[in-house]
Write a protein that binds this ligand. Structure first.
Ligand code: HEC
Ligand code: HEC
Length: 247
């Protein structure tokens, strides 16, 4: 009897050994083609983490796991921005239909993955302004609201101060969309120490209209030729012969 069991055990061991025979790829070791990857973490790490942060808490761009951002966004907007990018900014278009590398199925996975980070009640009942502006902005009123909510850190005219950088710099404004400004003003950048809509002034959250007006004021500071500090060619420094030779 015992020897019969022995034989069974031995043949099972042999069988197991065979499936790990040299040359046979181990289970799960086959590399997927890039367009076959449908695992959210892998897609996020490969495509988004570089700018939005490895933990999605922010980097060059806003943290997509930010609770305020998650409270004001929706599937349609995440999907659209991911697919089509944001023209004129560093946010690339990822959909194959827009020249990117990701399939529609992969963009669906990313969209629901990002949404799954959200938690109902994460804002403790607070009601942030909507992600998308609901009315036209007024730059003049925006300048006033900027003085009220922003100047203490970013300087009276947004030129920068001890507690916040210059946000009317021509290069900064040239590289960010109005929606990008609005999202950051509402959500803040917890990773950089930038407060959100309810924390600029104690006990006085910004209203939808105030956010809209501040964005209008910031947008009105954009210049037609960003990155070109010289108003006239004659004001530019003389080009040296060695510079020309290097071209
Ligand atoms: C090269 C940098 C870069 C990469 C890579 C990148 N993003 Fe972005 N993303 C940005 C920037 C910059 C913005 C803000 C654009 C603006 O000014 O509106 C942005 C904005 C967004 C927004 C809109 C936020 C809002 O205002 O509502 C979403 C959603 C988003 N990105 C998702 C993604 C996803 C998903 C990926 C990966 C598939 C990704 N991004 C990869 C730079 C990047
Ligand atoms: C308590 C100080 C403080 C106040 C008040 C404040 N900010 Fe900021 N803000 C910061 C800090 C800190 C950062 C991140 C570091 C930096 O860029 O200076 C920042 C960053 C930003 C950025 C750049 C974010 C990015 O993506 O790089 C924008 C735009 C901005 N603030 C707009 C505003 C506006 C508009 C207001 C008023 C509604 C405001 N801030 C009020 C401290 C403040």
């Amino acid at each position: 009897m015992t020897s019969r069991w022995w034989m069974v055990a031995a043949s099972l061991t042999l069988l197991a050994a065979c499936s790990a025979a040299p040359g046979r790829p181990a289970k799960g070791s086959e590399a997927l083609a890039p367009n076959e990857v449908v695992e959210f973490q892998a897609l996020y790490a490969a495509n988004c983490a570089g700018c939005h942060g490895r933990q999605a808490r922010g980097g060059a761009a806003i943290g997509l796991a930010d609770p305020v951002y998650l409270a004001i966004t929706d599937d349609a907007s995440i999907r659209k921005v991911t697919a089509d990018g944001v023209r004129g900014t560093a946010m690339p278009a990822f959909a194959q239909s827009a020249g990117g590398m990701l399939t529609d199925a992969q963009i669906d996975v990313i969209t629901s993955g990002i949404r799954s980070w959200g938690r109902p009640g994460a804002l403790g009942g607070a009601n942030p302004p909507p992600r998308v502006a609901t009315s036209a902005g007024d730059a003049r009123r925006g300048a006033e609201a900027f003085g009220t909510y922003c100047a203490s850190c970013h300087g009276a005219h947004g030129e920068g101060g001890p507690k916040g950088s210059a946000i009317v710099s021509d290069s900064f404004l040239a590289l960010v969309s109005d929606q990008g400004l609005r999202t950051v003003i509402i959500a803040g950048r917890a990773d950089l120490g930038a407060p959100g809509w309810r924390a600029y002034l104690p006990g006085r959250p910004m209203s939808d209209q105030e956010v809209t007006d501040v964005v209008a004021w910031l947008a009105s500071q954009r210049v037609p030729t960003p990155g070109q500090p010289y108003a006239t060619p004659s004001a530019a420094p003389p080009r040296s012969a060695s510079n020309d030779a290097a071209r």
